[in-house]
Design a protein around this ligand. Structure first.
Ligand code: MD6
Ligand code: FE
Length: 216
């Protein structure tokens, strides 16, 4: 793989540090976009997108599915990882090779070698969907990073601190942008603002986000 100092129009740096331990790799997945989207369709044909319920009784506004050995689920009983998809009663679909390869390459680019995720949460946002500030803390091993891939319509990502009240920085994530974070900020609060309507050549009216984790 070759790396250029600048991509696209030549004004945007290829990597942006949001915080110590949190890095945006601009356009890192844009070449793989079509293959990633085809793999999402394959996963969703086995474990369909669904709107999960929070422990507090709200319905999440982004549709979700998972692949890998473990899937992240939420319902009235809480947040957790499960080996079985509660909708199908079967194991989650296998992690596609194209997912594993991209996640490992992005992690390595950010200084985390040998990242082998066992869980991938796939979020699908339609206009009006958002994700409030939250921590990713249901995993066992916080020494491993999270790799997050954005596909389709852009959205404003918020990255805060270790406390919910810490003021977040905002960064727009577009098609092919990959965020890798770990180390000191692994449990920082983060979320995305409401998706605005649009029409992306590859995803139409949707934004997809893949988050790769080592959950077990
Ligand atoms: C999203 N992302 O981008 C939501 N979590 O739609 C996340 O919640 C997230 O992007 C952990 C690490 C990276 C992320
Ligand atoms: Fe998260």
């Amino acid at each position: 793989m070759t790396f250029e100092l600048f991509d696209g129009e030549g004004v945007e740096p290829r990597r942006e540090i949001i915080a110590e331990g949190a890095l945006v790799l601009r356009g890192f997945a844009s070449g793989t976009g079509p293959a990633l989207l085809a793999a999402i369709d394959l996963v969703a044909s086995q474990s369909p997108f669904r709107f999960m319920e929070t422990p507090g009784g709200h319905t999440m506004s982004a549709a979700m599915t998972c692949c890998g050995e473990l899937g992240w689920v939420t319902d009235r009983r809480g947040y957790r990882y499960e080996a079985m998809d509660p909708v199908t009663g079967q194991a989650w679909p296998r992690m596609p090779e194209v997912f594993l390869k991209l996640a490992a390459e992005a992690a390595s680019e950010a200084g985390f070698d040998d990242f082998v995720p066992d869980a991938c949460l796939i979020n699908r946002y339609q206009p009006g969907a958002k994700m409030g500030l939250h921590q990713d803390r249901d995993e066992r091993d916080f020494s491993q990073p999270i790799v997050s891939v954005s596909l389709g319509l852009p959205i404003v990502f918020q990255f805060g601190g270790p406390r919910r009240n810490d003021p977040p920085v905002r960064v727009t994530l577009g098609h092919g942008d990959v965020v890798v974070w770990g180390g000191p900020v692994r449990r920082n609060y983060h979320g995305v603002l409401t998706l605005k309507a649009g029409d992306h050549p590859l995803t139409g009216g949707y934004r997809y986000n893949l988050t790769f984790r080592k959950a077990s």
